[in-house]
Every structure is written in structure tokens, then in C-alpha cells.
Design a protein. Structure first.
Length: 619
């Protein structure tokens, strides 16, 4: 069952590790936690576990050390303690792969299809190969021609993006394996001529045979949409074939898009125009009805990043924001495909004083592990080598608040969380700078964009920022990207943590994991029953967004931000659309980069969504 690498430890090593392993920690699990661990992560033989949780954690730690630390026993014990004491959680792919000999530890990929045939075929191949490997996919299609465009010198009229999306759905369904279906989120620009048709593909108002239900959709917005909607103005729909530019998507990601877009409109006076307000209302309405349309504020993503290259998309859970290029099989060495390797810190048990140790462990471990992977597409391998991107986040925020007697949106809660986030980000940057002294700066590291991002941080100088900035100038960073906030629905269950940053829905929730219904109480349910802030007990979305905004300022990538609404708290038991749109505006005004699920409480039905749509990004 295990990798033969573990046999390279000596008998003396095993004796030392046997003394270090604490089997009593198996009794720190809740009933739901141990059930989730046995059903999701432990290796089974004829449905019988061949390992206890402590053996699992120790075997993972031993494997990591064998791979990157040369069988260093002190490193094994450090990793084991961090895992078994629930200080860190690893993503599902790592929990399943490490110790078994597999190195399929990436959670998801971001892909981009250009407006040429070889890019289409490369995209199709990548979808099949990566779905078979259980990766979730984010696919940007904004540069593809729209329906009615003339191609091949006008000899052919383009059929547009809908047939391509239907093709993606077929490839995902064909490639899904072992009861774990694939997942793909398609990203499209707000000015796309087919935007309204795409916004109807999951609508309850659309005939069933016209829908494409297996996919989710990310709508790439910009400040210009919000401004024009507020003023009651129109936007012009523009195809990639309408304007003379290498990429309309990269133009959207540029700092001067307002000027570029205005020029486009002047070049295309006869193009269709729609109300910007109507567009936002349609997006908000579809989010409210089916929760599968995500908001991507491309301008915020490109303002708050350490990357110098344009970022035009995200991943299936909209927290992974890195540069991508249109797939092209003739350019295998391009770092075109984004690879996501992530993990979380348990905010509920790791205080500010311990953050330097934990951030140093995760940055070093995940960077070195990610370098060992081999991916199906050579452009993905090139991405890993060029950028060394990792994504460290945190979980158990709702418990952290409850334990301190704080509520979402409270000034004291925001102040204390801001202090924790400053220590978190300082620790990540410091660890990456230290690692750069060992292995060199990432080839794609850009000192100017990195320093611009650091200068934008609300630094209080509780840490030696001046010294860190000086060292980054000398050595660079080992990683081009460090922080993001993924969902945390799967691996957080064994350690009985609350999900990422979201407020809890109840003291007891029932989750379906691996075909098993798991009943999970919130941490310290009895002691803190009256301290938790619940998602549906009050109008909480805006206060939750305030906590998100504090977090986003300290993260170089994005966050899986899911908002919740209870119709019973409004007149006629209906959530007013103006409330939803105002919250979208509020999030944008606070610099929030992306918005994931839009949850609505439905009596007698678990309609709310949470976590990664195919489980691969769950931590």
C-alpha cells in the first residue's frame, strides 16, 4: 500500500519515530471527524483500514521528508506534529497521494483556449487528461470568436462559444472517474457578444435541452461596468474579431482598459449595446437562482498581485489567480497552464506567535513538493518551474471569532483579524525570501510588481518590514504567488474546523462526503453555542464581506467568497435584488477580487453550496 521510499528509513529511524508518534491523539477526533478520516483518507483493504490516523499522518510526514529533506527525522516529527495536532491541513490530493508513491498532488489547473484550431485541440486534450487525474479546471474562453464572426477570410461564419462549451461538457462527462465527476468553470468577458446567452445556460427559465448544466461560469467584470450601471449607461458588446488587438482578455487586464474600451466602442459604432444595469441584474439574478455564476473583478485581481503578466481568469473555485497563455502545442515550453498547490493553517489554534514557524514549514514544504510533479501538459510543467506558485490559506475563522466572543463586521474583530493577517503575510514573504537564498528566486519573480504590492499593504510595522523589504531586494522570493483562500469543506472535517472564513449555518450540519452523510457539530459546540455568528440568523452578508476585505488586502491571489441570504429576514420573504446588487458593489468597493457561491436558505432543503465543486481544491 505504501511507497517503497519508506523502506529506506532504518530500524533505528523507525524506533525513534515510534517514540515520537502519539496514538492518544486519535482520541482527539470527534465522531464525525474520525468517520470522515476513515471514509475519505485512510487506505483500505477490503473496506478495512490498514492504518490509524496517527499512522497516516506519520507516513505522510515520512514520505515528504524522503522526497525533499533527505530522510531528516526532525523534519518528519515537525510535519507529523503540525498535521496530527490540526495546526495545518493539506488538500485532498495530497492526503490521498502522499505515502502511496503517487505525486498527483495538484488540486486544480487554469487553462486558456485561444482563437485558433491547435489551441482548441490542445484544450480538449488537457481537459481529458486532467479530469482523469481528478483535477478541477478553470477554462478561459474570452478570446474565442463569437457567433456570426467571419473567419477564414470570410468564407466561414463562426458558430460561437456555445458549441465549444457543450463540447467541454461532453469531455468532462466522458473523463470522470471513480464516482468523482470532473468539474470545469468557463470564464468569459463582460463585453462578449454572447454574454446574455451564456448567462442563460443554467437558468431555470431556459428549456432543459438548451442548458449546459455540468459547467459553472465566471463573468470577468471591470470597474467600468459598475460605473456605467450606476449612471444608467450602456456597454458595447465586442468580439475578439472586431478590434485589432492580440487579446481582448489581456486588454481587459491592463491598467488603462477604460481608455482601450472607449476606443473600441468608437471603432464599433454599430455593435450591439446593452444596459450595464441590466447586465449586473442578470448576473445577480442567475447567482440567486442557481449559484453557479461567479464574479471575477479582473481589475482588482491585476491591481493586487505580485505578478507582472496579465491575469485574465481564475480556477473552478475562483481563488487561484495567476497568468495563463492560450494553449499552443507548438510552444511546449511556455508557462501557459496554471497549477494550484495549496494548504491551510488552522486559525483557531495557531496564534500570531506561532505563525512564523508554521508559515515557514508550509512555504518550504509545498514549494519543494510542487517541483517534483510531472503534469500531463508540458506547459503546466513549465509554469511550475517558472513561477513556483503556491497557495497558503487558513480555515476555522468562525470558531476563531466565537472563541474570542467576536462577531463578523465588528470593529474589534476586524482589528484583531488584521493583526493575524499581517503576521500571516509577513511569515509567508519572509519564508519565501529565506528559501530564495537556498534555491534562488523563482525565474518569473518580478521585483517591481512585488514591491508595488507590498507597498499597498496596510502595514503597521509590528514586524520588521523594513528588514524584509531590504532582503527581498537582495534575494528575491522563491515564489511568485504565496497566498489565497480555498474552500475547506473536506480535509477540515477530520479536524472539526469550520470552513475557511464563512459563518456557520447551524450548530449541527449534515454533509455528504464520499457517499456518507456526516453529522458535524461546530468546534466546542456546548461552550460556544451562544457565541457563534450564524449565516441565516441575521442579515450577515455585508458584515462577512468586511472580514473578507480585511483578508483580501493581505493576499496576493484571491479568495473563495460565498455569501448567504435568508429570505425570511426580508419583506414578503424574498431577498430584494437591490440588496444582492448593493452587496456586489460593496465587495467591489472593498477590493474583493472574486465572489463564489451565492447561498439562499430554503426551508426543508439543503440548497446551499460550499466547498470546491469537485473536491480537488478542498482543504
Amino acid at each position: 500500500y505504501y511507497t517503497s521510499r519508506l523502506l529506506n528509513y532504518s530500524n533505528e529511524d523507525f524506533s525513534a519515530l515510534e517514540k515520537a508518534i502519539d496514538h492518544k491523539r486519535d482520541f482527539s477526533f470527534t465522531a464525525s471527524g474520525i468517520e470522515a478520516m476513515l471514509n475519505q483518507y485512510t487506505i483500505l483493504s477490503d473496506d478495512i483500514p490498514v492504518e490509524t490516523p496517527q499512522m497516516l499522518y506519520m507516513a505522510i510526514a515520512m514520505d515528504v521528508s524522503s522526497l525533499v529533506y533527505g530522510y531528516n527525522l526532525s523534519k518528519v516529527i515537525e510535519i507529523y506534529n503540525a498535521l496530527s495536532m490540526f495546526k495545518v491541513t493539506l488538500p485532498t490530493p495530497e492526503m490521498l497521494a502522499l505515502r502511496t508513491g503517487s505525486l498527483d498532488i495538484a488540486s486544480c489547473e487554469t487553462l486558456r483556449v485561444g482563437d485558433f484550431i491547435t489551441s482548441w485541440t490542445s484544450g480538449d486534450t488537457a481537459i481529458v487528461e486532467d479530469t482523469v487525474q481528478s483535477k478541477g479546471l478553470g477554462m478561459h474562453i474570452g478570446d474565442i470568436s463569437s457567433v456570426g464572426d467571419k473567419v477564414k477570410q470570410g468564407k466561414i461564419i463562426h458558430s460561437g462559444k456555445i458549441p465549444i462549451l457543450r463540447s467541454f461538457e461532453g469531455l468532462i462527462n466522458k473523463s470522470s472517474q471513480n464516482n468523482r465527476r470532473g468539474s470545469l468553470t468557463a470564464f468569459v468577458n463582460f463585453f462578449d457578444p454572447e454574454i446574455i446567452d451564456i448567462l442563460s445556460l443554467k437558468s431555470i427559465k431556459t428549456a432543459a435541452d438548451k442548458r449546459i448544466n455540468s459547467l459553472s461560469y465566471g463573468i470577468c467584470l471591470h470597474e467600468i461596468v459598475y460605473k456605467r450601471a450606476k449612471l444608467g449607461q450602456d456597454i458595447t458588446l465586442i468580439s475578439s474579431r472586431d478590434v485589432d488587438t492580440k487579446s481582448v482578455s489581456e486588454a481587459l487586464a491592463s491598467n488603462n482598459f477604460d481608455e482601450i474600451y472607449t476606443n473600441w466602442e468608437q471603432q464599433c459604432p454599430d455593435n450591439e449595446r446593452i444596459s450595464a444595469r441590466f447586465l449586473l441584474e442578470t448576473i445577480a439574478g442567475e447567482r440567486h437562482d442557481n449559484s453557479a455564476y461567479y464574479i471575477i473583478n479582473i481589475d482588482e485581481i491585476n491591481k493586487q498581485t505580485m505578478y507582472s503578466e496579465p491575469i485574465v481568469q481564475s480556477n473552478i473555485c475562483v481563488e487561484f489567480t495567476v497568468p495563463t497563455l492560450p494553449l499552443n502545442k507548438t510552444k511546449p515550453d511556455e508557462p501557459a497552464v496554471g497549477i494550484c498547490v495549496l494548504s491551510n493553517i488552522n486559525q483557531g489554534v495557531v496564534d500570531i506567535e506561532e505563525l512564523p514557524t508554521i508559515t515557514a514549514l508550509l512555504v518550504d514544504m509545498q514549494t519543494k513538493l510542487s517541483a517534483l510533479q510531472t503534469h500531463a501538459t508540458p506547459q503546466a510543467n513549465a509554469f511550475v518551474k517558472h513561477y513556483r506558485d503556491i497557495g497558503i490559506g487558513f480555515s476555522n475563522h468562525a470558531y476563531w471569532l466565537a472563541d474570542k466572543g467576536l462577531r463578523y463586521g465588528q470593529e474589534k474583530a476586524l482589528e484583531e483579524h488584521n493583526a493575524w493577517m499581517e503576521a500571516f503575510t509577513f511569515g509567508l514573504l519572509n519564508a519565501s525570501c529565506y528559501l530564495a537564498q537556498e534555491i534562488g528566486a523563482a525565474p518569473g519573480f518580478n521585483i517591481e510588481s512585488t514591491m508595488n504590492w507590498i507597498r499597498s499593504l496596510p502595514i503597521s510595522y509590528n514586524h520588521n518590514w523594513n528588514g524584509l523589504i531590504k532582503h527581498i531586494g537582495m534575494y528575491g522570493l522563491a515564489n511568485c504567488g504565496l497566498a489565497m483562500l480555498p474552500p475547506s469543506e473536506s480535509s477540515s472535517i477530520p479536524s472539526n474546523q469550520t470552513s475557511a472564513m464563512e459563518p456557520v449555518r447551524d450548530l449541527l450540519t449534515i454533509k455528504d462526503k464520499a457517499g456518507v452523510s456526516i453529522k458535524q457539530f461546530v468546534p466546542e459546540c456546548l461552550r460556544l453555542a451562544d457565541k457563534y455568528d450564524f449565516a441565516y440568523d441575521r442579515v450577515i452578508a455585508r458584515d462577512y464581506i468586511k472580514n473578507v476585505a480585511v483578508t483580501q488586502k493581505w493576499m496576493d491571489k484571491a479568495m473563495s467568497v460565498s455569501v448567504s441570504y435568508n429570505p425570511k429576514l426580508y419583506i414578503n420573504e424574498k431577498v430584494p435584488m437591490r440588496v444582492v446588487i448593493n452587496d456586489i458593489y460593496f465587495a467591489k468597493s472593498k477590493g474583493v477580487k472574486t465572489m463564489y457561491y451565492h447561498n439562499v436558505k430554503v426551508e426543508g432543503k439543503e440548497q446551499e453550496k460550499s466547498g470546491c465543486s469537485n473536491g480537488s481544491c478542498d482543504v
